[in-house]
Design a protein. Structure first.
Length: 356
């Protein structure tokens, strides 16, 4: 099943396409992960994280785990945004206590070395599409499956920095000093990302999300060139090939650039981080755009009435428009399972008619 059959679309897909659904469809970023004991048990059997992501049996199982416990309206593919540079030969590894480590791409020669791998990059990730197919076959038809990729800017930050970063001086410096070189790196990532997401859609994903985790480090002009323009190209290509698949963009930290992002990229839904006031988003972002978010992950770790009150504020603020409930970023490993159960029950019980 895909997102193309209007009469049978999951509630999450209907919301992403602009329908004000009777209840709030929900899923949580990083809902499959270290806060779940069943995830930790499987992870212990796979010390190499890239190999773990590329094991369809294990990746399918951990994708489904949170839905069995909490009944979310969507599964999100268990993978990683750095699988695309891995497929391009960027030497991705995950080291305990250090996070991702990549062979740095910091000059024209390093960018040129990626070129030969571009044509076959999507095929090197065939294990991911097998996972998508397995998950889609295992899901209830009412539940959606979200595929995803990292946006070119964010993926490029890891490639240029050689891993995670804080001030992003290397990547911002390369983009300013040698914009032609950096543009070619972004172009490669645009092409690879389009092919990768198209294959996920063909394998059974009902929706696709672009994660631009580090969009907030760019000034307005850089945001336009390195976030808006590449995202627009990806969205246009995906919409031409898969018009029944809604597209979510998550430009974390975008702030006042959110309106421009929503208007210019063509995404169906915009994911909002916890720094965005729900009432502001309801008032300022285009009515055609579905809102997704944006509970502070710290509140789900805390639980209790503080979590409930913030959840109700989001539900109240967005009651007049299409939205998907989510977090402002991913679930953290310290989140108690009972807090996720409590939040899920609150969301399942909420009805739009009662909130008016």
């Amino acid at each position: 099943m895909t997102g193309t059959e209007p009469g049978t679309r999951p509630i999450l897909v209907r919301a992403l396409f602009g329908e004000a659904t009777s209840r709030a469809p929900f899923w949580f970023m990083r809902q499959a992960g270290r806060y779940l004991p069943e995830y930790r048990a499987i992870r212990a059997t796979a010390p190499d994280f890239v190999a773990f992501c590329l094991d369809p049996e294990k990746a399918c199982e951990v994708t489904l785990q949170p839905l069995r416990r909490f009944g979310m309206d969507a599964a999100i593919l268990f993978a990683d945004i750095l699988l695309v540079p891995h497929a391009l030969g960027a030497g991705v590894a995950f080291k305990a206590g250090e996070g991702p480590v990549l062979e740095p791409v910091r000059d024209a020669a390093a960018v040129a070395r990626l070129e030969p791998a571009l044509a076959g990059a999507a095929e090197r990730l065939s294990a991911v599409y097998e996972t998508v197919s397995r998950v889609r076959a295992a899901l209830d038809p009412a539940q959606a499956l979200i595929g995803f990729a990292g946006s070119p800017w964010t993926v490029a930050t890891y490639m240029v920095e050689g891993g995670g970063g804080h001030d992003f001086m290397r990547v911002r410096g390369l983009a300013l000093r040698e914009p032609e070189v950096f543009q070619r790196l972004v172009d490669i990532l645009v092409e690879a990302t389009i092919a990768y997401l198209c294959r996920q859609a063909e394998a059974g994903a009902n929706a696709l999300q672009l994660f631009d985790t580090w969009s907030g480090v760019l000034p307005a002009a850089g945001f336009e060139r390195w976030v808006v323009e590449p995202t627009s190209r990806i969205v246009a290509a995906l919409r031409a090939r898969h018009p029944g698949i809604p597209l979510i963009g998550f430009p974390r930290g975008a702030g006042t650039n959110l309106r421009r992002y929503a208007e210019a990229t063509g995404v169906d839904a915009v994911g909002l981080d916890a720094g965005v006031a729900p009432a502001w988003a309801a008032r300022e972002l285009p009515r055609r755009t579905c809102l997704q978010g944006n509970l502070d992950p710290l509140l789900i770790a805390m639980g209790g009435e503080a979590m409930d009150a913030a959840t109700r504020e989001i539900l109240h603020s967005w009651r007049e428009r299409a939205f998907v409930f989510n977090l402002g970023h991913g679930i953290t490993p310290d989140v108690p399972v009972e807090n996720v159960e409590r939040l899920s029950a609150l969301l399942r019980a909420w009805r739009r008619e009662e909130a008016r």
